[in-house]
Design a protein around this ligand. Structure first.
Ligand SMILES: NC(=O)c1ccc[n+]([C@@H]2O[C@H](COP(=O)([O-])OP(=O)(O)OC[C@H]3O[C@@H](n4cnc5c(N)ncnc54)[C@H](O)[C@@H]3O)[C@@H](O)[C@H]2O)c1
Length: 385
């Protein structure tokens, strides 16, 4: 099969930049795709980070420390940008204005104003395809739940709970980094860092809360700076948002939680939906298992737990009995993005990457959550303007 090669530049060659490089390097894992990303240019303010790409990714032709030089390179079609949050607005806008397609990392701007500026640039350049990174819904178990919602299996929704929990910050000796400082990570703290992952499916379903009551916690007030000093750890560690969703004649509570300090949870993304006809749950803690509870009036209420087969959005060489993992979800997300670049709306399968509108929805919720925590009030969210 002849493949459309999409020539990528990577801006920000840290943790996530390397994950993309790894996904692109094992593109042969995917079957029946007629598109393929090729990383031709990389940029990082720290040249040691680009050196890793030059050492490991043979397709890289150019390395820069100034991203504007990468944007001036005419052989780059599209950019993956994975930099700290305070740089999102400026760099994403410059990428969009350069006419290159963009997969940008969440939260898509350090705050709502930065996100608004990115949205304005997107409107001005309608031919540029822009998507927001969020890989967890590409787990087969999450896609199964997505499908069940699509099929209206749940009856009247009773309650939704979705979250993303980490725990390495329980260790008070963990050295501070940019993700624990307001100037670089933003006021949202753990919500900006983890929240888009939690909101991707609810936003896709159109579950827009009409109000939010938030409880935000700072648990570890200071951390070592790695140079022998203790410095303030400024950002919110944990957030619990109680949202009131109203749509199509239904009203139900939706509890969203993003936690950096959830003891025992290394990288747990989950969604649980209970309904009058059907309930379902998927968590990356048990990545093979999907739980569901069908219910008929007067019947038994029994959870069924099945080992979900490896059935991903895009076909792979992996047999159905094997396990799906984090790097597989990254590969699937990249396939979905490249599919859109190659085929526009005529993609091979229907589950597309998170959109800028969905990211903007997450900003409305996080901004209201900050106000709720500050005032102790339930804050209405206006979705009209
Ligand atoms: N999708 C996910 O699962 C996931 C996971 C972790 C982080 N993220 C997101 O990815 C983004 C980056 O996070 P990370 O964990 O990769 O961070 P990181 O610190 O590992 O990497 C960021 C890189 O950006 C570089 N950089 C800083 N300023 C720059 C500039 N002006 N020009 C070019 N490069 C610059 C840094 O030198 C660093 O190498 C953030 O938006 C974060 O929220 C997403």
């Amino acid at each position: 099969m002849s493949k459309k090669i999409i020539r990528f530049g990577v801006i920000g060659c840290g943790l996530m930049g390397k994950e993309f490089a790894s996904a692109a390097a094992r593109w042969c894992h995917l079957t029946n795709v007629d598109f393929e990303p090729k990383i031709v240019a990389v940029c990082d303010a720290n040249s040691a980070a680009t050196q890793w790409f030059q050492d490991n990714i043979p397709s890289v032709e150019a390395a820069y420390t100034d991203y504007k030089e990468l944007l001036a390179n005419p052989s780059v079609d599209a950019v993956y940008c994975a930099v700290p949050h305070h740089l999102h607005a400026q760099i994403y806008i410059d990428i969009i204005e350069s006419g290159k397609h963009l997969l940008g990392e969440k939260p898509f701007g350090i705050d709502q104003e930065a996100n608004r500026l990115i949205s304005e640039a997107i409107i001005k350049y309608p031919n540029v395809i822009v998507r927001c990174s969020s890989e967890f819904p590409f787990y087969p178990g999450a896609l199964q739940i997505f499908q069940w919602v699509h099929e209206n299996k749940f009856g009247k929704i009773i309650e939704v709970e979705a979250g993303f929990w980490h725990s390495s910050d329980l260790d008070p000796t963990k050295v501070i980094n940019w993700k624990r400082r307001i100037a670089t990570n933003g006021e949202y703290g753990c919500m900006g860092d983890l929240g888009m992952h939690v909101l991707h499916l609810p936003m896709r379903y159109g579950w827009k809360p009409k109000s939010v009551r938030a409880l935000l916690s700072k648990i570890v007030p200071e951390r070592p700076d790695g140079k022998g000093n203790m410095v303030p750890c400024e950002t919110w560690d944990n957030a619990i948002l109680a949202c009131d969703v109203e749509m199509e004649g239904q009203q139900f509570p939706m509890i969203l939680s993003t936690k950096r300090i959830a003891p025992g949870n290394a990288n747990t993304w989950f969604i649980r939906i209970t309904g009058t006809d059907f309930s379902a749950e998927f968590t990356t803690k048990n990545p093979k298992q999907v739980a569901s509870l069908p219910y008929k009036p007067g019947g038994n209420q029994a959870w069924h737990v099945v080992d979900a087969p490896y059935k991903s959005a895009y076909g792979t060489i992996t047999g159905g009995i094997f396990e799906f993992g984090f790097s597989d979800s990254i590969l699937q997300m990249w396939a979905a993005f490249c599919d859109e670049l190659a085929h526009g709306k005529d993609t091979q399968q229907p589950f597309y990457c998170a959109t800028p509108e969905e990211a903007a929805g997450s900003h409305r919720i996080f901004t209201a959550a900050l106000e709720s925590n500050r005032t102790g009030q339930t804050i209405p969210i206006n979705w009209r303007d």
